[in-house]
Design a protein around this ligand. Structure first.
Ligand SMILES: *Cc1c(COP(=O)(O)O)cnc(C)c1O
Length: 380
């Protein structure tokens, strides 16, 4: 597709990067399953771990255009993408500054692996530019944020954090919760965008993948590390991801809409103590979200009056599950899932109550979701 920039997001979802099938003239990218290719041109050896086979290139191209980047690469999971980026820009004796409440799996993996290799991490408690700035040291090489964050949907001002980047320091964001439909951090000055594609990008709770998007220059460095680590995505999964991305815009828009309606319903319900959703005027990050997001996303959380575990047990339509971003609504208790390994005292300090429920809103009819929440609330 030419002149991509002039097209809207939905058009880019459908058309960007698509493979032109000169032979059979089909409109869909064929799946090239080969792992062995004639090396007629010795300059260009196609091989899956090099991330240069057709299906990998095509889907990366689509993601790149959605995130306004210059280059992109897909991985076998979000964690594979994060670890590859960290080990590209950090080496022994260097330092990274991170938001404290990043995704639990990222927090755990980075703490564990970076320490082993002599890379120091500082987890910042606040959410302001100043809080991050104060943590920067002479050997800082990377700043990592996640907004909206899990599970309290905290908002960090992306543009302000991007200003902390320099020749020495790359800035990176986990954009999983927002998806490129609601937020494009590269256009706000961030260097590297990361996704757990397992969530909104794939969107159907049936595919594990990840992505990194950045400039040509930074991606060429990332690519070398990626080839060493080998977290590639095979052709069939790339095809599935490409197919999913065609509906990303309409899925996310519906999820935004549904989550907004549910937030209003929950806010008014007498058995709900508090609702966390960046689209609500009362949300502490609303003003910043309004500027940097074009939609408020499909994730919300709320504190209920009563036993949260019992409440989700009464739900009939909304499934109890840990993952998120699928077409089906799912719900979980952070104390039982993402934050089960965090001590009760620390959870308290983070503002995560035992009665906190986190919901990933799907594309169902909002009235059916509201009805399900209503009947379950009546039973507690
Ligand atoms: C799930 C998730 C990850 C990790 O991605 P995987 O695909 O499970 O490796 C990272 N960040 C966020 C925000 C996530 O939701």
């Amino acid at each position: 597709m030419n002149k991509e920039k002039s097209y809207g997001k939905s058009t880019a979802c459908v058309h960007s990067g698509n493979y032109k099938d000169e032979q059979e003239h089909g409109v869909v990218t064929p799946i090239f399953t080969s792992t062995a290719y004639d090396y007629e041109n010795v300059e260009y050896m196609a091989y899956p771990r090099y991330n240069n086979i057709v299906n990998q290139r095509v889907v990366a191209e689509k993601i790149k255009s959605l995130e306004d980047g210059e280059d992109a690469m897909v991985f076998s999971s979000g964690l594979s993408a994060i670890m590859t980026a960290f080990f590209t820009f950090l080496k022994q004796g260097e330092h990274a500054v991170l938001q404290r409440d990043i995704y639990g799996g990222s927090h755990h993996a980075l703490s564990r692996e970076c320490e082993k290799f002599g890379i120091e991490l500082t987890f910042v408690e606040g959410y302001e530019k100043q809080d991050f700035y104060k943590a920067i040291k002479e050997n800082t090489r990377l700043i990592f944020i996640e907004t909206p964050s899990n599970p309290l949907l905290k908002i960090v001002d992306i543009q302000k954090i991007a200003e902390l980047g320099s020749q020495q320091i790359v800035t990176m964001i986990d954009n999983t919760f927002a998806s490129p439909i609601n937020q494009t951090p590269i256009s706000l000055g961030i260097d590297i965008v990361m996704h757990s594609g397992t969530k909104y990008l794939a969107g159907h709770s049936d595919l594990s993948c990840g992505a990194l998007i950045s400039s040509k220059d930074l991606m060429s460095r990332i690519r070398e590390t990626a080839i060493s680590f080998g977290g590639l995505l095979d052709a069939k999964s790339c095809y599935l991801l490409e197919r999913s991305l065609k509906t990303l815009d309409i899925r996310v828009k519906r999820q935004n809409e549904n989550a907004g309606e549910l937030a209003l319903f929950l806010e008014d319900h007498q058995k709900i103590n508090k609702v966390y959703y960046p689209g609500l005027k009362e949300h502490e990050g609303h003003d910043v979200a309004k500027i940097q997001m074009s939609g408020y996303g499909g994730m919300l959380s709320f504190e209920i009056e009563g036993d949260a575990s019992q409440f989700i047990g009464h739900l009939q339509l909304i499934a109890r599950a840990m993952s998120l971003g699928g077409v089906e609504s799912t719900i979980c208790l952070p104390t039982e899932t993402s934050h089960s390994k965090v001590s009760p005292e620390e959870r308290q300090a983070m503002g995560i109550q035992d009665n906190l429920v986190r919901m990933s809103v799907g594309i169902e009819n909002s009235q059916d979701l509201i009805q399900d929440l209503k009947q379950a609330l009546e039973k507690i």
